[in-house]
Design a protein around this ligand. Sequence first.
Ligand code: HMG
Ligand code: MG
Length: 305
Amino acid sequence: GLPPVVRIVEVGPRDGLQNEAGFVPTETKVALIERLRAAGIRHIEAAAFVSPKWVPQMADGAEVLRRVRPAWRAQAGAAPVRFAALVPNLKGMAAALEAGCDEVAVFAAASETFSRRNINCSIEESFARFQPIAQLAHANGIALRGYVSCVLGCPFEGRIAPEQVAVVAQRLVDMGCHEVSLGDTIGVGTPAATEALVAACAARVPIGALAGHFHDTWGMAIANIHAAMRCGVATFDSSVAGLGGCPYSPGATGNVATEDVVYLCDGLGVTTGVDFARASEAGEFISAALGRPTSSRAARAFAAR
Ligand code: HMG
Ligand code: MG
């Protein structure tokens, strides 16, 4: 059966925007996050404390967090929103602590080449860097999330064996990650491959600790999410309007659109707590700000109805 409730982790402000060529003003990022919150999203990846030389778009993360957090605290009676940021090393962790994140996410890869291209170190070295981050997260009472990239294929190495992913996922959980997000970075996966992947990972870590992070490059993201849901995965990352790409994975397009995931779940009778129309409004807002049509099929149909 399907999980009765699915948690959506909105990664638009980070994964969605990180690849934008033109700098998106801080004010626009803040306004986007406010609209996402208003749509009922309760888990938002809002920043990446990475090198601004590598990803200039994320350079204003501290300011984004500074501006959105007080407004959230002031919302009496509103469900708390969890704020996450990517951190690759101790320098990033110091910035995330300073900014007052609720959650930090370390990002590993299932492919050696992708690890080097993305964070300039081997998989083994990346875990040596993550270890002190995990300790600091624990000491400061901050949730720790882990990503594995290239779970269904690598732009440099091609096919990735499910077991290769499962080993990395288990290392992240052993290190203290409450959740491991499985990233189909280049969006090549299909439902059968997704099922094999989830089965391999669930043999090593609790199914409740797995999240799906599907890019929609080959148009399979919604099908893959449905397949993963049928295997018991109940947390999915998405970007409003289907924003995004990855600067270190050539050809990758956006994340699955949040609106499409909400439409799928609404149709299946699975609760997300996210309002489709208001999520579409957030998507319209950022699409207009970027001067591009939305990539969400459901939002497009909704606007044209
Ligand atoms: P490096 O060049 O090896 O780092 O990069 P370094 O330690 O040698 O430092 C070089 C310079 O960067 C120094 O400055 C550091 O201070 C600075 P300089 O002395 O030259 O002026 N620096 C930093 N500045 C700010 N914040 C920091 C930081 N660290 C160093 N945290 C590094 C290594 C990891 C820093 C770099 O490779 C990097 O920032 N990579 C991030 C790449 C990235 O953000 N990729 C996209 C996110 S991952 C993704 O999208 C996949 C995901 O969505 C899942 C999926 O789809 O699969 C999560
Ligand atoms: Mg991604």
